[in-house]
Design a protein around this ligand. Structure first.
Ligand code: ADP
Ligand code: MG
Length: 728
């Protein structure tokens, strides 16, 4: 075993389990580090408190003098909790969260100092924004962008810093982050859904989109992870032969959580509780050393913030446990990758889940309205939804026979399929009283409560109805949920606006009753949206063919998928809803295309380096050992050495062939990268990286992995899959 691997493993085995944590009830510490409602009541004046509540529920602007009161209360609370600094916490388009800490500390002359935090510092800040991606919105000479407080997501203390969730926008008002368009999309879906709810219940004043994400991840010993340059630099292994044992025995999924991982999870969960992240579920996932963590769902903006924060906290807690968390969608070839299911629904201020079948025919009609409109929205915008989850890392998963395919389809289960079939046959125009009664009693009225248990879990579907919510399963584990949530809520908002308009037209022009109009519009929607419904095996080749016939897109790579972000339809959709203007849509497209290129470029460089500078020299060294051996045999046995050295000679030749395979392909890859880098048009560059450079990774890897099987284990320079995946 190489020295590096030896040291890495030694560290794992000398790892001391952490002491058992003190017994605390989770409910008692939940939200202890969050400036939530109960804390606000304690630290704010009534005026200030009401002003924040108004801002949260009605988007009302907070007056400047009131902001001073709020900041003072916040500061007092934060200092009482040991905070010394504050930061505007935001989510730039780099994918990570950003923070720049400032101390409360301020000097006031004569050698004296005080702790200070004013309204202005709470409400707005101006970080040096020049190094964050802007897709050309802001050139670096005019590097001005500002962060602005988002009162809908409560401030929290992490470590010794008061973190204030903010949006990040350019001085000309364009969004430079994930949160801004998300907030706009949530407003759009709120307004559109409230308007539709009025058909069923006049008391509905607000509709919140909800999100419950399920975060999958790998937990690898940090010493072992650090011994792999590919993991350190790209978050995944670029080579490595499959271990003799992988996940074929299915012995990890839902199995006993290994002690060391458990100790990590407990520590992590305590941190989450303090930060008000309502984590609830933990279990082993399919692959060895793969796990999942899921919270109780929350309002979508808050849930997105919680997920971003969680990923950060996971990294930090992992350091204490000598673990490295891999969020990459496909860290290891040959075993399952990771995703982040986004469970989504819409809920009213009156406490109704609009995607949950009700108890009465009327509430069921409301359910069907939202259910069918969502399906129609997905149908009409499937390519945009696919684009929302596109990334270099998620490309490894989508369509790779273990995760949802790159084709977006909707699974609704047998029972609801039947309901839709019935609805598809309702009479055009006014329904007869008998038909209406029949529908209400036998179709709409019969959507059962037990649906929740009956919806079959078709794991191959990227967008599945699971009883009282839709589950968008194609989201990547590394992704910021905001991308998927912005698109989903926008397309549903747009769809609900159209729906309302069509129903109104039928009522006024065709003199229909409300119910008749709703049934008529829904019937047409079902007919139009039907091609998106699919109940079968999403991994099968037959589905690929069938989907093509149905006219559904199958964009397997990021450069192909991202185009939908700048289609005429998408740009108009976001513009009409006020979610993003054309400049913002185009900027995002450009940023993501560039990021794609950069990621593949880095992977190419790292792979080239490992293959040529680690693998080839090792292979040569082992080959020399064999050559020495052959020479020795010849010396001792003379002419008859050939029989004795037959296998060694074969090995020598095999090694040479693989070295040749590696070297020629690395040379080719480098040449192709040079050519690609010279291209100025981003589409051409991304295509070159996707279709010319990336395929060479497979060839290089093939030869490296073959050598791993041939070369003496003692000489092999890289920590192997069996160690990465089975050490815990
Ligand atoms: P699994 O998909 O792993 O079987 P569940 O479907 O039971 O798990 O729940 C997964 C996630 O769905 C949880 O995070 C849960 O909070 C979330 N969820 C449940 N109801 C809703 C809802 N109305 N809106 C959004 N998320 C929800
Ligand atoms: Mg799920």
């Amino acid at each position: 075993m190489s020295i590096l691997r030896f040291h890495a493993l030694k560290q794992v085995y000398s790892h001391q389990p952490l002491p058992i944590q003190e017994h605390v009830k989770r409910s008692e510490i939940f939200g202890a580090n969050v400036f939530n409602e109960s804390t606000m009541r304690q630290y704010l004046t009534t005026d200030a408190f009401e002003s924040v509540v108004d801002a949260i529920s009605h988007g009302k602007k907070i007056d400047r003098t009131i902001a001073d009161h709020i900041s003072t209360g916040m500061k007092e609370w934060a200092i009482s909790k040991g905070a010394t600094h504050y930061t505007h916490w935001f989510q730039p388009l780099t994918g990570a969260t950003a923070e720049k800490h400032d101390a409360f500390f301020e000097t006031i002359g004569n050698g004296m100092a005080i702790e200070k935090f004013e309204g202005g510092q709470l409400v707005q800040q101006e970080p040096d924004a020049s190094s964050f991606p802007s897709g050309g919105i802001r050139n670096t000479f005019e590097a001005r962008g500002y962060t602005a407080w988002d009162p809908t997501s409560p401030a929290f203390i992490y470590g010794t810093t008061l973190c204030i969730p903010t949006v990040f926008v350019s001085y000309t008002g364009e969004a430079l982050d994930y949160k801004t368009p998300l907030l706009r999309a949530l407003q759009a879906v709120d307004a559109a859904a409230v308007a539709v709810c009025k058909y069923f219940d006049k008391n509905v004043k607000k509709v919140n989109a909800s999100l419950g994400w399920e975060q999958e991840y790998f937990l690898i010993d940090s010493g072992l992870a650090m011994s792999r340059p590919d993991i350190v630099l790209t978050g995944r292994t670029l080579l490595g032969h499959a271990p003799a044992k992988g996940q074929q025995l299915d012995d990890h999924y839902f199995g006993t959580i290994p002690n060391r991982a458990m100790s990590y999870m407990r520590d992590l969960e305590t941190e989450c509780m303090l930060l008000g992240i309502p984590v609830k579920t933990r279990h082993n996932e399919v692959a060895p050393n793969q796990f999942e963590l899921a919270p109780i769902y929350d309002e979508a903006n808050l849930a997105v913030d919680h997920n971003s924060l969680l990923m950060d906290v996971m990294d930090k807690v992992a350091e204490r446990h000598n673990f490295k968390v891999l969020f990459h969608e496909k860290p290891f070839a040959g075993v399952n990758g990771s995703g982040k299911h986004n469970n989504w629904s819409l809920g009213t201020n009156t406490g109704v889940n609009l995607l949950s079948p009700g108890k009465t025919p009327m509430s069921n009609l409301q359910f069907l309205t939202f259910f069918i409109n969502t399906i129609k929205a997905v149908h009409d915008n499937e390519e945009l939804l696919r684009a929302a989850i596109a990334s270099a890392s998620n490309d490894h998963r989508l369509g790779a026979n273990e995760a949802p395919p790159a084709i977006i389809s909707v699974f609704i289960g047998e029972q609801l399929t039947k309901v839709l079939e019935e609805l598809e046959n309702v009479t055009h125009g006014k329904l007869s009283p008998k038909e209406k009664t029949d529908l209400k009693l036998n179709v709409v009225g019969k959507i059962p409560d037990v649906l929740l248990d009956n919806t079959d879990r078709n794991r191959t579907s990227p967008f599945a109805f699971t009883g009282n919510k839709f589950e968008f399963r194609a989201v990547g584990s590394m992704a910021n949920c905001a991308s998927a949530m912005t698109v989903l809520n926008s397309i549903v908002a747009k769809q609900l606006l159209d729906f309302k308009q069509e129903v109104e037209q039928m009522i006024s022009k065709k003199d229909m009753k409300k119910d008749d109009a709703i049934f008529n519009v829904l019937r047409e929607y079902i007919k139009k949206a039907k091609p998106i419904l699919f109940e079968g095996n999403g991994y099968s080749e037959a589905w690929e063919k069938e989907a093509k016939k149905r006219g559904l897109s199958n964009n397997k790579s990021t450069p192909e998928a991202l185009k939908a972000k700048v289609s005429v339809q998408a740009i108009r959709l976001f513009e009409d809803l006020g979610v993003m203007n054309k400049v913002e849509s185009e900027a995002r497209y450009e940023i993501e295309m560039e990021e794609y290129v950069l990621r593949i470029q880095i992977e190419g460089r790292v792979l080239g380096d490992i293959a040529r500078n680690h693998i080839v020299p090792t292979a040569v060294r082992y080959q020399n050992v064999l050559i020495e051996n052959v020479k020795g045999l010849k010396e001792i046995y003379g002419a008859s050495f050939k029989t004795l050295a037959k296998e060694q000679l074969n090995l020598i030749e095999d090694i040479s062939a693989h070295i040749e395979g590696i070297n020629s392909n690395v040379t080719k890859m480098t040449e192709e990268r040079k050519k690609a880098n010279a291209l100025n048009i981003i589409e051409e560059k991304a295509n070159a990286y996707c279709f010319i450079i990336k395929p060479l990774f497979d060839d290089i890897r093939y030869h490296c992995d073959k050598l791993e099987l041939l070369v003496d284990d003692e000489l092999w320079p890289l920590t192997k899959y069996r160690e990465l995946l089975f050490t815990n």
